[in-house]
Structure formats: structure tokens, C-alpha cells
Design a protein around this ligand. Structure first.
Ligand code: ADP
Ligand code: MG
Ligand code: MG
Ligand code: MG
Length: 406
């Protein structure tokens, strides 16, 4: 095997390259360690390698950003997103200890980083599709969101230091993906959409012909692009969450940038709703269905209510910007955040049904009638969240949007 040059120019690595890379560029394993390397990426954008060393029973993850997305080479995305992912994982680890993987190194030439192997965890979307439940998830994810979102805002940060962070997390390529795929393409008959045949008519009638809905998505898109409120995760769906019964780790924050705090909260809620609809149509045993949906209902409610409760406590405790102390400002801030939460939940529900990037929760539904039913509920709920986004304040109200439609 010829010695590769990892130090002068970027190239995308295969498994053999990664073995050499780890042995020559890092000190994590002994120089003569026997390493097993497997590419295990299943996401849309990057290459993820699991490296194992049997003798000492040690393992490591290397994530490398490719020059184009895996999902389609139409998306040319700056490999600088790997730096953003490394930097923000460090920040999030400080704000929310134990809730993100440990990171070890970042290499600006190879655009790769290394982190803790979380193979003892399971991706939450997969676990939910196996109808597993995670009673601590709502507690963990709300701590993660409150800490990362409030700590990076102008409410508590020195404004100049915050602006420096805004600058270092400018993320134009990945923001463009969200601007197009979340807020624009799903709302007209864009060739890049991927509509399930049986749902096409519903999409045309409910989404593409609704001018009021389109106007509201334009407002949400501009909110996303211009409201530099918090350093958000930016891709907080259940495929970006690793779980065990008692541990939760949030991964894959490469979409991070300064945007509306409610964007993260809304994505969590929408993705729990996908799991809910999957369970609703696929679980045959009535008792199993009832208890699984009760768990998800409770979780949706708690994500909103615990988020609000913890955010308020953290707000009261924080050493704040003077104007944020004015009476009435907290309520103004939280109601705006919840409005963005509902609007984002709505866009996510629609774009994952209509747009290019689908969720397995819906696509695995084998029976066509059931899939159309589940998709229709997601589209209707999405519309309600967008059009009535000013009216949501409790977890119960978020959940009711879905349950009323069933
Ligand atoms: P992408 O940005 O391409 O979506 P992700 O960061 O979501 O990449 O990772 C893709 C997959 O790789 C995950 O779904 C998971 O299966 C695996 N993976 C990622 N990070 C780790 C980790 N730290 N430990 C174990 N597996 C991981
Ligand atoms: Mg991912
Ligand atoms: Mg994934
Ligand atoms: Mg990603």
C-alpha cells in the first residue's frame, strides 16, 4: 500500500485511507495497532467511518465531509461544514454536558473530525420505528435546547462576543439547502420534489394551490434567514439523536448557524409527529398502539412544556442584558419563539412529505392507503401549524393539532 499524502491536499477517503490516516496523523491508537475500518454513514451528506481496535477494545469515529452531498451531486456543499460541526460540538458540550459526543480532533485539510464512538446507542428514528420508548428523552432534549439556545443569545451574551460567534458560524451552503428544501420547493410543483404517487392529488389541493399558505412560508423563510437569535443546531430531527434507555446524545450539527431558536424546537416536534403517524397506521395490536401513542403524546407535550419551564427558570437566573429585564419582555420573547416553533414544525411536516428528503417513518409504510392517510394528516397538521402559528402556547395545543385530525 502506497503512503498517502494527507497533509497537502484534500481528497475523499476510503476505508484503507482512513486506516492509514488514523495511524499516521493521530495518536489515538498505537502505531502498530490492527484496525478494522467500516464506512457506516447513512445520512445525506457525509462519510462516517467506524474504526475498531480489538486488542485494547478501543474505537473511534471519523466523519469526513465530501465535496458534494451523498444524496445528490446537485448539492455542492463547502467541506467547511466539518469545522462548523467540530466547533459547535465543543460549544454544545460546554453548554449541555453529556448530551453531545466528545470530539477529539479536526483536520482543516482533510475536512474530517474525530469523535467518540456511540455505537452502544441507537439512532432515535430507527428505535422509534421499532416502537421503543425513551422516557428521559423529553427531559434531555429540552435541557439541550434551553442551554444551547439561551446561552448563545443576546439575552445573556455580550453583544460583541455574540456577533463574533455569528460570524464564525456563517454557513451559506447549508443554509441555502434549508432555505430551498424546507421553505421553498415543497410549496410548488418543483421538479426536485418527490411526492408519493397516491398523495399527489392531496398535495396539489392542500399545498400547491393555497396562496395564503405560500405567503406564510415566505414570512417564515425570511424569519429563518434574518433572525440571528441563537446558535441553532439546524437539523434537529430524530435521525440526529442517539439514544439508549438513559442516555441521549445529539449529533450532526453541521447545519448550525445563528437563526430562530424555535427552528430546533419545531423540528423535534414535527419528527415526533412522524413517529406518531407511523405508529398510528402500522401497529396492529390495539393495546400496543395505545401505549406507544400515549408515550409519544406525553413526549410531544413534555418537549414543549419542559422547554418553556426550563427556559423561564434559566432566563430568571441569568445575568441578562438590561432591556431583557423590562416587564413583559420575557412573554414577548417566548411567544415569538413558540410562533417560530409552530411555523417550523409545519414546514418540516410538509417538506419531509413533499420534498426531496423524506423520512423513513412515512416511506416504510407498505400499505398505500395507510401511507396516503399518514401523509395527509402530516400535510393538514403542517398547514395548521403554519397558518395558526400565533395561537400555540402549551404542549397540549401542539399535540391537539394532530389528534383532532385522526
Ligand atoms: P450526515 O451528516 O451525513 O447525516 P451523521 O452525523 O448523521 O451524518 O451520521 C450518519 C450516521 O453515522 C448516523 O446515523 C450513525 O449511524 C453513524 N454515526 C454518526 N456519528 C456517530 C458516532 N459518534 N458514533 C457511532 N455512529 C455514528
Ligand atoms: Mg445526519
Ligand atoms: Mg443519519
Ligand atoms: Mg448531517
Amino acid at each position: 500500500m502506497t503512503q498517502k499524502d494527507f497533509e497537502s491536499a484534500y481528497f475523499t477517503m476510503n476505508e484503507d485511507d482512513v486506516r492509514q490516516y488514523v495511524l499516521t496523523q493521530m495518536t489515538y491508537f498505537d502505531k502498530d495497532a490492527e484496525l478494522e475500518v467500516n464506512e457506516i454513514g447513512d445520512g445525506n451528506l457525509n462519510y462516517v467511518f467506524l474504526i475498531k481496535e480489538r486488542k485494547m477494545n478501543r474505537s473511534l469515529i471519523i466523519k469526513q465531509a465530501g465535496p458534494v452531498a451523498r444524496i445528490s451531486d446537485e448539492f455542492v456543499v463547502s467541506p467547511d461544514r466539518n469545522r462548523i460541526e467540530y466547533d459547535i460540538l465543543k460549544l454544545q458540550g460546554e453548554s449541555a454536558p453529556g448530551l453531545v459526543p466528545k470530539v477529539y480532533h479536526y483536520d482543516p485539510i482533510m475536512n474530517c473530525m474525530s469523535m467518540e464512538d456511540l455505537s452502544d446507542h441507537q439512532i432515535m428514528r430507527d428505535a422509534l420505528m421499532e416502537k421503543k420508548t425513551f422516557p428521559n428523552f423529553a427531559d434531555h432534549i429540552t435541557t439541550f435546547m434551553v442551554n444551547t439556545l439561551l446561552n448563545t443569545s443576546d439575552v445573556v451574551m455580550n453583544h460583541k462576543e455574540k456577533k463574533a460567534l455569528v460570524k464564525s458560524f456563517v454557513n451559506p451552503d447549508l443554509c441555502e439547502i434549508s432555505e430551498d428544501l424546507v421553505f421553498t420547493e415543497p410549496f410548488y410543483d418543483c421538479p426536485r420534489n418527490d411526492v408519493f404517487k397516491g398523495s399527489k392529488e392531496v398535495v396539489e389541493n392542500l399545498i400547491w394551490s393555497d396562496e395564503q399558505l405560500k405567503l406564510e412560508t415566505a414570512k417564515l423563510k425570511f424569519e429563518f434567514m434574518t433572525n440571528a437569535q441563537s446558535l441553532i443546531h439546524g437539523d434537529l430531527h430524530t435521525g440526529s439523536v442517539f439514544v439508549t434507555k438513559d442516555s441521549t446524545k445529539i449529533i450532526d450539527p453541521e447545519f448550525a448557524f445563528y437563526g430562530p431558536a424555535g427552528y430546533d424546537v419545531g423540528n423535534v416536534i414535527a419528527n415526533l409527529i412522524f413517529a406518531y403517524m407511523n405508529g398510528f397506521v402500522t401497529i396492529e395490536n390495539e393495546q400496543d398502539k395505545k401505549s406507544y401513542l400515549a408515550y409519544l403524546s406525553q413526549t410531544i407535550i413534555e418537549v414543549v412544556d419542559l422547554f418553556k419551564a426550563k427556559f423561564e427558570i434559566a432566563w430568571r437566573k441569568a445575568d441578562k442584558e438590561r432591556t431583557a429585564e423590562y416587564s413583559g419582555f420575557y412573554n414577548y420573547y417566548m411567544s415569538r419563539l413558540l410562533k417560530d416553533t409552530a411555523g417550523t414544525a409545519g414546514c418540516e411536516l410538509i417538506r419531509r412529505t413533499v420534498g426531496i428528503a423524506h423520512v423513513k417513518d412515512l416511506t416504510v409504510i407498505q400499505n398505500h392507503e395507510q401511507r396516503i392517510y399518514a401523509e395527509t394528516i402530516c400535510l393538514k397538521a403542517g398547514k395548521t401549524f403554519i397558518l395558526e402559528r400565533e395561537t400555540f402556547s402549551t404542549g397540549e395545543e401542539f399535540l391537539n393539532v394532530v389528534t383532532k385530525l385522526l
